[in-house]
Design a protein around this ligand. Structure first.
Ligand SMILES: [Fe+2]
Ligand SMILES: [Fe+2]
Length: 293
C-alpha cells in the first residue's frame, strides 16, 4: 500500500464522487442486485423459482448474494455453491458462518466467486474481493468485510477497507461492499467512512431488513441490512420451536432451519458507470407465490 503507515488515513480526501450528485435515472448505466443472506433450502428454493424472472423484469446487469447460511442454515458446500452460481448469481459473499462446513476450506480456494470477510488474519483461506465484469464487459469489484461489535474477533474492518479499496480502485470505480455486521451503529459509521470511495456499502448478517436505504452525501448507496432470503415463518431463518427455548431457559439449544414458504430480500442499486457513483438504492422484496397474504 502506498505510503503505508506514513499518515493517518484521510477517507474524505480526494473523493472521486464529490461533484454534485446527478439523480436522473437515464444516467443509470448499470443495475446491481444484492440478495440478503440465503438461509437453507427455502432460500435456495425462492432463488431457483424467482431469480431468472426478477433479473429479466428488473433488467439487472450484475447479481451478488450473501450465501453464508445456504447449507442447512450454516455455511456452504461446493454443490450448493455451484447451484447458486448456476441460477444467475455472479458473486457470492459470506460472513462469520462461512467456516461452518469443513469442505468450504478447499472450495473457497478454488472458486474465486466465493468471498469471505477480508479482515480475518493473514493466511486465512480464500479471498475477500474479486474484480469481474458484467456481460457487456463493465468491470465490477466486490469486497467482503466483517464488523467487530457482537461478532467473532477479527482485525479492524475500517483499516482493512482503506487498504483493499486503494487496490480495487486501480481496477474499477464500481465497488460493492458487503459489510457483515451486527450493530447498526458500526454499520452506519462504516458506511459513512466509505462514502465516496465505494459504490455501495450493504449490511448483512442480522437477517432483518432495515428501511434506511439511501445514497449518502458523497455518492455511496447504503443500507444497514439487506435482510434474509429464507423461510418467512421463522426466527431469522430458524424454527420458532428451536429458537424459543434459548430465551425461555437461558440454555443453549440446537437450531433447526425453518423450511416453510420463503421470502427473498434484496436491494437494487443503479450506478453511473463512468464514476462508480450510486444514483439510487431501493428495496426489492419478494414473497413466494404460496405465501399467505
Ligand atoms: Fe447470515
Ligand atoms: Fe452472519
Amino acid at each position: 500500500m502506498k505510503e503505508a503507515g506514513s499518515r493517518t488515513p484521510e477517507p474524505f480526501r480526494d473523493l472521486p464522487f464529490r461533484s454534485p450528485r446527478k439523480t436522473h435515472s437515464a444516467q443509470a448505466a448499470m443495475r446491481i442486485l444484492f440478495i440478503g443472506d440465503i438461509v437453507g433450502r427455502s432460500g435456495r428454493r425462492i432463488l431457483r423459482e424467482q431469480l431468472a424472472n426478477l433479473k429479466d423484469r428488473e433488467a439487472v446487469d450484475f447479481t451478488i448474494a450473501n450465501v453464508e447460511n445456504a447449507a442447512g442454515g450454516f455455511g456452504i458446500t461446493p454443490k450448493i455453491g455451484r447451484d447458486i452460481l448456476s441460477r444467475g448469481v455472479d458473486v457470492m459473499t459470506s460472513g462469520n458462518h462461512i467456516w461452518d462446513k469443513r469442505e468450504v476450506l478447499d472450495y473457497i480456494e478454488e472458486e474465486p466467486r466465493l468471498l469471505r470477510p477480508g479482515n480475518y488474519p493473514p493466511g486465512t483461506p480464500g479471498a475477500s474481493s474479486i474484480v469481474t465484469a458484467t456481460e457487456s464487459g463493465q468491470k465490477v469489484a466486490v469486497l467482503n468485510l466483517q464488523g467487530r461489535v457482537f461478532m467473532p474477533l477479527t482485525d479492524c474492518p475500517f483499516r482493512a477497507a482503506d487498504s483493499e479499496l486503494e487496490t480495487l480502485r486501480r481496477e474499477t470505480p464500481i465497488i460493492v461492499v458487503d459489510f457483515h455486521a451486527e450493530a447498526t451503529s458500526e454499520k452506519m459509521a462504516f458506511g459513512r467512512y466509505l462514502d465516496g470511495r465505494a459504490t455501495a456499502v450493504l449490511g448483512t448478517h442480522t437477517h432483518v431488513a432495515t428501511a434506511d436505504g439511501r445514497v449518502l452525501p458523497a455518492g455511496t448507496a447504503y443500507v444497514s441490512d439487506v435482510g434474509m432470503t429464507g423461510a418467512a415463518d421463522s426466527v431469522i431463518g430458524m424454527t420458532l420451536e428451536s429458537s424459543l427455548p434459548r430465551f425461555l431457559t437461558g440454555r443453549p439449544n440446537r437450531f433447526q432451519v425453518a423450511t416453510g414458504s420463503p421470502q427473498l430480500s434484496s436491494v437494487v442499486i443503479d450506478v453511473e458507470d463512468s464514476s462508480g457513483r450510486a444514483l439510487s438504492i431501493r428495496r426489492l422484496d419478494v414473497l413466494s407465490s404460496d405465501q399467505p397474504g
